[in-house]
Design a protein around this ligand. Structure first.
Ligand SMILES: Nc1ncnc2c1ncn2[C@@H]1O[C@H](COP(=O)(O)OP(=O)(O)OP(=O)(O)O)[C@@H](O)[C@H]1O
Ligand SMILES: [Mg+2]
Length: 300
């Protein structure tokens, strides 16, 4: 078993109003660990306590009770944040700075030298695909571009642990795919990623383990592949079969008392269809694709 980067024990958060009266219990005795090098997904409906949990991990909010250790230090110790990157739900970036200036500003907060800041900004701007827009003020950025510069900012200090609050919100499918690839790339570099998202397909694609919160309580925790495996069914993939072949297969299975057999064509998913259309449209402008063409070309 690898090391825990985050250990949460009996964590609770009660938001109180101005007079100290209990308003909302946002997190209820939450206990869980996040391991070194994994991509961990926090899921749950609106208001289930995901953002509150992330903010407590960063030491931006104080828990009402419970303990948290992050990178071997208590959550309240802000020196640990030097090794953490955070993409907030809403960006708090300076609207009048451009991408270069933004990254330079955050680099200074981490006491990076001018040369390091310039090198790191080049790397990150390239990585998040903002090369063409790097000299434009952030107030002119689209939602997706804002998300991208937010990610670059979160990575300026080359953190070991990255907390991403809805990293794909507002991104088009191409941007979403790129963000997912970036997350996979971070994992490949040995970093630990914790993300919240309502985009379940994205979570399924990138997360190793997930936790589902409901009204501040942990309801499900486990490996995505194990949670989603249909243990009582099997599937076999072949080239298109003739009617005769299908009839023969049914006969064979009948001998084994299997009568419930379904033959169908697998479906490519909409993400792949979208990405391929965008890519091919760029290569061949002015062309439209027929359903037959799209279907015949199969997955990816
Ligand atoms: N500053 C605050 N003061 C009072 N209550 C708050 C505050 N911040 C959050 N809450 C409450 O805490 C609960 C959890 O909120 P939180 O933002 O953690 O949810 P979330 O899971 O991130 O939701 P979403 O999916 O909408 O982002 C909600 O009931 C919310 O109203
Ligand atoms: Mg939230």
């Amino acid at each position: 078993m690898s090391n825990a980067v985050i250990e949460i024990r009996n964590l609770s958060k009660i938001y109180r109003d101005f007079w100290g009266r209990k308003k909302v219990q946002a997190v209820k005795s939450l206990s869980m660990d996040v391991m070194q090098g994994e991509v961990f997904g926090l899921l749950g409906p609106n208001g289930s306590g995901k953002t509150t949990t992330m903010k407590m991990l960063l030491g931006l909010l104080f828990p009402t009770s419970g303990e948290m250790t992050i990178l071997g230090k208590p959550a309240a110790d802000v020196t640990k944040n030097e090794r953490i990157g955070y993409l907030p739900e809403e960006s708090y970036l300076y609207r009048f700075l451009n991408a270069d200036e933004t990254l330079d500003f955050y680099g200074r907060l981490f006491n990076m030298t001018a040369a390091d800041r310039a090198r790191r900004a080049d790397e990150l701007i390239e990585m998040v695909g903002l090369g063409k827009a790097r000299r434009r003020q952030l107030k002119e950025y689209s939602k997706g571009m804002t998300r991208r510069i937010g990610l670059a900012q979160a990575l300026i200090n080359d953190p070991d642990l990255v907390l991403l609050d809805e990293p794909t919100s507002g991104l088009d499918p191409t941007g979403t795919r790129e963000m997912k690839d970036l997350i996979i790339q971070l994992k490949a570099q040995g970093k630990t990623v914790v993300m919240c998202s309502h985009q379940l397909a994205d979570v399924q694609d990138v997360c190793d383990r997930i936790a589902v919160l409901f009204q501040g309580e942990l309801k499900v925790l486990g490996r995505v592949d194990e949670l989603l495996e249909l243990r009582n069914e099997m599937q076999m993939r072949t080239p298109t079969l003739s009617d005769e072949a299908m009839a023969d297969i049914r006969q064979v299975l009948k001998k084994h008392n299997v009568n419930d057999v379904e033959f169908s064509r697998p479906k490519a998913d909409l993400e792949q269809l979208f990405l391929r259309t965008v890519r091919e449209s760029g290569e061949r402008p002015g062309r439209r694709f027929s359903t037959e063409e799209v279907a015949a070309s199969g997955r990816g």
